[in-house]
Design a protein around this ligand. Structure first.
Ligand code: NAD
Length: 436
């Protein structure tokens, strides 16, 4: 049993802290956001993540999982300190490191004995060393030692608990074998393989992995755009490609591009790191450009189908950047819906979970509905932006009766082609062969 403080109780800190508690450790999840911590203390989970509430309830009841807004106290009471604060994109594209630096200072001020400081946030190469320096400079007791480890997080929102409990591998980078061994042992109950390396390589693995996945997405989206022009079907193309074990079928679903809290900011950050190092990462810059352009296809296809959007009633199904999350960071809906409003459309929106997080980020003209049916009523077109299961399996016969015009723009290629054909929709997807 280890005594661990997880600093930053967001998507990553809360999930990984809870999973570390689940395997028998005593965890204090702490955050400067008192509202968040107070709601967690009352048993209210501030984010939507399937299975998380049950696991938090179980571990708080067992006394293994605690919440605190007193970060200093949590540091003093723990032997392992996880840093899991945000590293958002700054105006210039690089990772904003202010929260990590604040935490490092705090750790220095409260370092009351040997501790292992583990960085879980996604951070530029060299951050481990930066954290070490800041802690040293702010150390209250100069004779007290500490080690720094990089242990990047790879969980996906929407399946975060299972990703954490069954992780593919734990990447552990450190200059100290003793500290790396301790963090490897901490992961033993997960039954995962350990990939031990140096600090800098561990930090780079996270960015390289995300950039590679983003590249797969932009690549298949570019192929989809060519498929449309030459009469091929990208769904079949990606299936056929994915059967090659060197390629694999994952992250080859064409659509309106990636969003979320990681890929957009991490690709920008890596391009920035490359620039700083004197390397022009042209390939990654093209990946980012391709992704930006992909979102524009939705309004292009809408115009193609209905002409001007001015005065038209448009249903938008799905607001979150992907299913099973309420996370709206860099969701395609955030750029597509304002554009529709700008074009004069009256937008009716539906999302099973993300409406409350979306509302403050979208134009106030947008109307929200609790069901797909209400949303579709009298619409001239329907646009799918997130492939939530209830959207994928919506009743197309009912939809046809409710809508004024049966135009469907499927930004996620998620509606079965046969049902479309059967119900006679005017259907536009991304790179799939037209069905009627
Ligand atoms: P988040 O924004 O959901 O949470 C960050 C939390 O840190 C917030 O609650 C904030 O209040 C808190 N915080 C900020 N400064 C603090 C301080 N000085 N002391 C204590 N708490 C502080 O962020 P997230 O999505 O959990 O991401 C955290 C890190 O993990 C990022 O670097 C991200 O890139 C990385 N990551 C995220 C995911 C993901 O799917 N969200 C996956 C892998 C890695």
């Amino acid at each position: 049993m280890q005594k661990i403080a997880v600093i930053g109780t967001g998507y990553v800190g809360l999930v990984s802290g809870t999973c570390f508690a689940e395997i028998g450790n005593r965890i204090i999840c702490c955050d400067v956001d008192e509202v968040k911590i107070n709601s967690l203390k009352r048993g209210v989970v501030p984010i939507y993540e399937p299975g998380l509430k049950e696991l938090i309830d179980k571990n708080t009841a067992a006394g293994r999982l605690l919440f605190s807004s007193n970060v200093g106290e949590a540091i003093e009471a723990s032997d392992i300190i996880y840093i899991a604060v945000g590293t958002p994109m700054s105006d210039t594209g690089e990772a904003d490191m202010r929260y990590v630096k604040d935490v490092a200072k705090k750790i220095g001020e409260h370092l009351n004995g040997y501790k292992v400081i583990v960085n879980k946030s996604t951070v530029p190469v060299g951050t481990g060393e930066l954290v070490r320096q800041i802690i040293s400079n702010h150390r209250k007791y100069p004779t007290v030692h500490f080690d720094v480890v990089s242990n990047p997080e790879f969980l996906r929102e929407g399946s975060a608990i299972s990703d954490c409990m069954n992780m593919d591998r734990a990447v552990i980078g450190s200059t100290s074998d003793k500290a790396a061994k301790l963090i490897a042992e901490l992961h033993a109950p997960f039954g995962t393989s350990i990939f031990q390396t140096d600090l800098e390589s561990a930090e780079m693995i996270k960015y390289a992995a995300n950039a590679f996945l983003a590249t797969k997405i932009s690549f298949i989206n570019a192929i989809a755009n060519i498929c449309e022009r030459v009469g091929a079907d990208v769904t079949r193309v990606s299936e056929g490609m994915g059967l090659d074990s060197r390629i694999g079928g994952k992250f080859l679903q064409a659509g309106i591009g990636y969003g979320g809290s990681c890929f957009p900011k991490d690709t920008f950050a890596l391009a920035h790191i490359a620039d700083q190092s004197g390397y022009d990462f042209e390939l990654l810059k093209a990946v980012i450009r391709t992704n930006d352009q992909q979102r524009l296809l939705v309004t292009d296809k809408l115009k193609q189908a209905i002409g001007s959007a001015d005065g038209k009633r448009i249903a938008v199904l799905g607001l979150a950047f992907k299913p099973n999350t309420d996370d709206m960071r860099y969701a395609p809906s955030l750029s597509i819906i304002p554009e529709l409003v700008e074009l004069g459309a009256s937008v009716r929106a539906f999302d099973p979970i993300a409406v409350e997080s979306a509302k403050p980020l979208l134009p106030e003209e947008v109307q929200y509905f609790n069901t797909i049916e209400e949303t579709l009523e009298g619409c001239d077109a329907c646009i799918i932006l997130t492939e939530w299961p209830e959207i994928v399996s919506m009743d197309l016969l009912k939809a046809k009766r409710l809508m004024k015009e049966t135009v469907l723009i499927d930004g996620r290629n998620c509606i079965p082609q046969q049902s479309i054909q059967q119900h006679g929709f005017t259907y536009h997807s991304i790179g799939r062969r037209p069905v009627n």
